[in-house]
Design a protein around this ligand. Structure first.
Ligand code: SF4
Length: 253
């Protein structure tokens, strides 16, 4: 193995159970260029000089929890946006695979581009990535920009690329009243996702307010003030329009 690569992490969670199959060791990376109005981790946005760790050291920490992973678990790298530290990710996942550890990347897709040097690195990363959790924040380009500060064109292209190379993906969509929770947008999202051949699970994540205190702590005005989580009826409606129950490939993972 070559020299370990250093990355900047925000924190880790030893027993994650929602970010990929089974029980997982989750690493939240520092850095994100999107500014989602509902972000519950705004404290991960900046890549700083604190919490530097090598891929080797992170793997050592993760492997302490291996006895709890069972047949399905493993590691997930989330954020922030992990693809901003793609060199670290490649090295970390490569080391994980050498140990037979299942690897999952949780990404909003924002850094994706066919331009070099990113694209070759991304292709390299896929060699060591078992599963990608692809967060699609909004299907409409303009609305995506309003919600996140960034267009969705390269993100939707990433979804198509992952389908082309048959990379297993779970699509995740945060349902936000007054933003994404309109039938028109849900039908368009359904039209897009159903064209992808590699989606093993399709999750609707109801918007929640658990991270609002972090915005207050950071002294940033919370953009969704006054917007409440969607009602159970609207969540059910989204599941129906998106046919989420049809995406059962995850059961075999
Ligand atoms: S992509 Fe994730 S970390 Fe970045 S702003 Fe959006 S929710 Fe927050």
């Amino acid at each position: 193995m070559s020299e370990p690569v250093t990355g900047y992490i925000h924190s880790t969670e030893s027993f994650g159970s929602v970010d990929g199959p089974g029980i997982r060791f989750i690493t939240f990376m520092q850095g994100c260029r999107m500014r989602c109005e509902f972000c519950h981790n705004p404290d991960t946005w900046k890549i700083g000089q604190k919490n530097a760790i090598t891929s080797e050291e992170l793997l050592k920490q993760a492997l302490q929890y291996r006895p709890f992973w069972g047949a399905k678990g493993g590691v997930t790298v989330s954020g922030g946006e992990p693809l901003l530290q793609v060199d670290f990710l490649i090295d970390f996942f490569k080391r994980c695979k050498a140990e037979g550890v299942h690897t999952t990347l949780d990404s909003c897709g924002m850094p994706f581009t066919y331009e070099e040097p990113f694209f070759s690195k991304f292709e390299e990363l896929l060699k060591y990535t078992d599963l990608i959790l692809l967060d699609i924040k909004h299907i409409d380009a303009e609305q995506h920009k309003r919600l996140t500060g960034w267009t969705n064109e390269n993100i939707l292209e990433l979804g198509r690329y992952l389908s082309k190379v048959d990379q297993p993906v779970w699509v995740r969509h945060v349902l936000v009243p007054e933003r994404s929770d309109y039938d028109e947008y849900l039908y368009r999202l359904n039209d897009y996702v159903k064209t992808l051949k590699n989606v093993k699970k399709f999750e609707v994540l109801p918007y929640h307010k658990l991270g609002v205190y972090k915005w207050k702590t950071l002294g940033i005005k919370y953009p969704l003030e006054g917007i409440e989580p969607p009602t159970p009826e609207r969540v059910e409606n989204a599941h129906k329009i998106l046919h989420t129950a049809d995406y059962t490939g995850y059961l075999d993972m």
